[in-house]
Design a protein around this ligand. Structure first.
Ligand code: AMP
Ligand code: ZN
Length: 476
């Protein structure tokens, strides 16, 4: 590691359709990791690729009669919006089609070293027999593998080792680029090696993706990169276990295939989705269920109500040592849980234990004014990672509904959802209540709380102006 800096790379989406909850399970897991590393004091450089050329993209853009660029632009935009919908902080994005010359140069260097070879159709293959460590990451034993047997599709049989396509020669009707090694397009594995090393250096700290990428994708990335540089490629690998839906593999034919937008249109809040996707540690199987999603919504509401109770409540002067201790211990428990291979379930458990004990203390009149700040600070630490307490669900849901209307999918907008959006429009009395809480916070110089309330009002369509004569508000 360099100067307290973590350089990490995640395999991003192939932008040929809207991402599904399985994809976002993995992206949320990596988001939690990078947030936790930052909270732990590291400077994080986080890069994610956008695969904007591959077999499926070429096929689907031809089907829709648009160029590859038009096609991918739509789904790249959708990916960025969906990630923001569930508070995934945007990494630095690197597009495959913007690195084509570097990819061709990479292949040329492998040819020079006798590791890659060209076939008659202008494609280039990686000769895996030159890389004895092949199979080490996936713990597969490829002794006796067939030297020279080839495969040119991006994903292939999970148990056999084949020379894989680094570069695919041009085919009629397919996107292709003129390069130093001739015309054609990059293979998927090559894209990630080139972009990760260009952005983060030949050796970097961590490489992430879903568990399906271990073999062959990541195995191939290691083989290409380490053959070229003769240095270790990534020091750590982070693979999120695949998500199931109601105990089954997600698939369109089973009717259990969901994008984030599908679920929002069914009436689920973005914060419930994020909470649920974050609730199972990345190494464990997450079984996505509608019961679980409802439970997640209840959990998020409890946290939000708890914070409101703390920030808007009137407590007697002074402090209670037990409360101070509870806040400190909660922060320590959360840290220990996340330090333990990112045990998100335990970290959530720790915050709920604090909520439970504090609620009991509220009822017993044992919470004092000076206890509020440490308890809020523990919540803030939690939310720096989980990012569900600040409530901006309503405006986000509104945007999804607008999108559905633009796409001619208004029929899918449930009545429940329209009601929710309407009820989320605050009444004057609700607004006045929040303004009073803002005034109280400002009077005790708690500007953080005041700013948060102001942001919440803004998200609900209310603009708050603070003037020397007091606080004024108007609807947007
Ligand atoms: P793709 O867009 O298919 O290239 O996938 C983007 C990311 O989502 C990759 O890291 C995949 O490993 C991951 N992924 C795909 N399906 C699932 C799933 N069911 N559960 C978790 N991660 C997944
Ligand atoms: Zn990749």
């Amino acid at each position: 590691m360099r100067d307290n800096e973590v350089r990490m790379y995640a395999c991003g989406p192939t932008v040929y359709d809207y991402g599904h909850i399985g994809n976002f399970r993995t992206f949320v897991a990596v988001d939690l990791l990078q947030r936790f590393l930052r909270q732990s004091g590291y400077k994080v450089q986080y890069v994610m690729n956008i695969t904007d050329v591959d077999d499926k993209i070429i096929r689907n853009s031809a089907r829709d009669g648009v160029t590859v660029q038009q096609f991918t632009a739509k789904y790249e935009k959708a990916f960025i919006e969906d990630a923001a919908l569930i508070n995934i902080e945007q990494p630095k994005l690197a597009r495959a089609t913007e690195h084509i010359p570097q990819m061709a140069d990479f292949v040329a260097k492998l040819v020079e070293k006798g590791i890659a070879y060209r076939t008659d159709d202008g494609s280039f293959y990686f000769r895996i027999a030159t890389f004895p460590r092949y199979g080490q990451l996936s713990k597969k034993d490829f002794k006796g593998m067939l030297d020279g047997a080839r495969v040119d599709v991006d994903e292939y049989d999970k148990d056999s080792a084949r020379d894989f396509a680094l570069w695919k020669g041009p085919k009629p009707g397919e996107a292709s680029w003129q390069t130093s090694i001739g015309p054609g397009r990059p293979g998927w594995h090559l894209e990630c090696s080139v972009m990760s090393m260009q952005e983060l250096g030949e050796s970097f700290d961590l490489h992430a993706g879903g568990e399906d990428l271990v073999f062959p994708h990541h195995e191939n990335e290691i083989a290409q990169s380490e053959s070229l540089t003769e240095k270790p490629f990534a020091h750590f690998w982070f693979h999120a276990r695949f998500l199931l839906v109601e105990g089954e593999k997600m698939s369109k034919s089973l009717g259990n295939f969901f994008t984030l937008r599908d679920l929002v249109l069914k009436g689920h809040k973005p914060s419930s989705l994020r909470y649920l996707l974050a609730s199972v540690p990345y190494r464990n199987q997450l079984n996505f269920t509608f019961d679980g999603l409802k439970q997640a919504a209840v959990s998020v509401d409890r946290l939000r109500n708890f914070r409101l109770r703390l920030s808007a409540g009137n407590f007697p002067e002074g402090s209670t040592p037990a409360m101070q201790l509870l806040a400190t211990e909660t922060v320590a428990h959360m840290r220990a849980a996340l330090d333990d291979d990112l045990n998100t379930a335990q970290a959530q458990g720790a915050i709920f234990e604090m909520v439970r004990q504090t609620n009991a203390a509220f009822d017993a009149g044992q919470v004092n004014k000076d206890d509020v700040a440490p308890l809020i600070s523990a919540l803030t630490k939690f939310d720096e990672i989980f990012a569900v307490i600040d409530d901006d669900d309503a405006p986000k849901i509104k945007r999804v509904v607008e999108w559905a209307r633009a796409e001619g999918r208004e029929k899918e907008v449930s009545k429940e959802l329209l009601d929710f959006i309407q009820s989320a429009e605050l009444s004057d009395a609700d607004i006045e209540k929040k303004i009073s809480a803002m005034k109280a916070a400002r009077a005790s110089r708690d500007f953080k709380t005041s700013d948060r309330l102001r942001a919440e009002l803004f998200d609900s369509g209310v603009i708050v102006e603070i003037t020397k004569d007091g606080i004024r508000w108007r609807r947007k």
